[in-house]
Design a protein. Sequence first.
Length: 205
Amino acid sequence: MEFSSKILERAVSEMSQLPGIGKRSALRLVLHMLRQPKAQTQALAEALQTMRNDIKFCESCNNISDVAICEICSSSNRRKDVICVVEDIRDVMAIENTSSFKGLYHVLGGKISPMDGIGPHDLNIQPLVDKVKAGAIKELIFALSSTMEGDTTNFYIYKQIQDYNILTSTIARGISVGDELEYADEITLGRSIVNRIPFESALKL
């Protein structure tokens, strides 16, 4: 792709680094921004810079937040003794959209994947185990995607906490095997949370 401007070429190159954005799509987006008022482009740039510099991760659940403890963890209307274990912020958003879960979350930041060089110590697993050891948690709900990596991560965490007096469950298989939570419709995902099953039963499936 030939460019008449090095500035334009750099902008397209940076835009094409985003997931799902190829060079042609990046060019289309950059040219669109060039046609917009400068104030609009500036507002976008400032929003991205502010997000990168000021956004925080909740000290309790590792969810993305504007403050040290996120709104979910600090809410008096949430059950503090039930934790839903998810991969990332997109899963929190997907489950919250169902309005079917009133507990707290724990965001792992990924899944165990030896092929990608991601092991248990690369994820936010130990703080979750520490919460269980502290004795304040009654139930863990495993809500990772039903992929090999998700099931491996669920099983690893289960082995870490199986000696403690805690109920472990997993979302019902209304979510197809191999599907990511963020793509599930709200009704199916909501029913999967409500109709969760004991994790030990899931191991036998």
